[in-house]
Design a protein around this ligand. Structure first.
Ligand code: NDP
Length: 329
């Protein structure tokens, strides 16, 4: 097996991040107990921030980004995995603090790896990726809070994005009445195909809201943060909750305490990165159980490794619909 392989490497020049494809050697990889031969990765918003340098999330250079990866174990010093095992990885700081999946090989900590769930190909696992995983964590947070499909409409913001489109698809598959909020009304037919019952323009939540507005939604998954999340909080019905996982519209939250103390509304934080291993397995199982694979395929674009730097710019501009799988091998 050749020891050299291709990777997208980030470097910094005068405070400016730049990326280039390089041939690396196994000896260049950081420490770890499992080497994975990567066949597929995916593009997430956070990868866009890392590759372009827009998010200042990478601190040490040179660096290999990519928060998701799928492949086959090439060598292992861990009892958990043996050569030939199919694995996937999302989060754990990989692609942020530790070298990630935009590479034909990675040396990783075995405890970060998840055995490929039965019924998933590496390509579909990456189509789901961090985005689908986070969407399911958000659904499970709402369920744990007692939000059910019987209660009425549930809103998903950033509905055409990766997390948003996965959330729409899986909520609809579970029988929820989904309202999709989007800046791309021209994609309404697509969102309806995924299962959205109603579509509202992004502008409906973009204005500064009153502390309490008419009660419209019986739960929500918010991928955008900022003013839209504040407006959403003021429109949630009594005793309901929003699972907040993203910041595509901003990290500020210009709200008041009124939704919390007068409507008993809950703000449920969702983090996928440090999600414990046992919950990961459960979450992947639920995804495989309920996600309609034909819908997953229709919301997935596949790009080559070489197309990645351009796609990283596009995702930050909100130009990418659904999920993007990167073919590495
Ligand atoms: P995408 O870029 O695929 O989706 C983001 C979507 O947000 C866009 O498609 C767009 O949807 C909408 N959007 C973009 N800009 C704005 C804006 N200025 N105002 C309102 N809406 C906007 O990203 P991902 O789905 O990968 O990630 C979504 C968010 O979730 C990101 O902030 C990401 O960092 C976060 N995230 C958090 C995780 C966690 O563990 N908490 C894990 C994964 C992601 P539309 O065109 O439909 O309006």
């Amino acid at each position: 097996m050749p020891n050299t392989f291709k990777a997208l490497v980030l470097n910094k020049n005068d405070d400016q991040t730049y990326s280039e494809f390089k041939q690396l050697d196994l000896a260049d990889l950081p420490d770890g107990d499992v080497v994975v031969s990567i066949s597929h990765s995916s593009l997430n918003y956070k990868d866009g921030l890392a590759v372009t340098g827009a998010g200042k999330i990478i601190r040490n250079f040179p660096f290999v980004p990519g928060i998701d990866l799928a492949g086959v174990v090439e060598s292992s010093e861990s009892e958990k995995f043996k050569v030939g095992d199919a694995v996937l990885l999302t989060g754990w700081g990989v692609g942020e603090k530790y070298w990630g999946g935009f590479s034909q090989k990675a040396r990783l900590n075995a405890k970060w790896l998840t055995a490929m769930p039965e019924g998933l190909t590496p390509s579909r696992a990456m189509a789901i990726g961090t985005a689908g995983f986070t969407a399911m964590l958000s659904i499970m947070a709402l369920e744990k809070y007692g939000i059910s499909r019987k209660n009425g409409p549930v809103l998903v913001s950033g509905a055409n994005g990766g997390v948003g489109s996965m959330a729409v698809t899986m909520l609809a598959a579970l029988g929820y009445e989904v309202t999709a909020s989007t800046g791309r009304l021209e994609e309404s037919d697509f969102l309806k195909y995924l299962g959205a019952r109603n579509i509202i323009p992004r502008s409906d939540l973009a204005h500064k809201s009153k502390p309490l507005e008419k009660e419209k939604y019986n739960g929500a998954i918010d991928t955008v943060g900022g003013q839209p999340l504040a407006s959403l909080l003021s429109q949630l019905s009594y005793g309901t909750a929003v699972a907040a996982c993203g910041l595509a519209a901003g990290m500020e939250l210009p709200t008041t305490v009124f939704p919390f103390i007068l409507r008993n509304v809950a703000l449920l934080g969702v983090d996928s990165v440090m999600c414990p291993a046992a919950k990961r397995e459960l979450t992947w199982q639920r995804i495989v159980e309920i996600l309609p694979m034909d819908k997953l395929d229709s919301l997935t674009n596949t790009i080559t490794f070489e197309q990645l730097p351009i796609a990283a710019i596009a995702i930050l501009k909100g130009e990418i619909r659904g999920r993007t799988v990167v073919t590495i091998e």
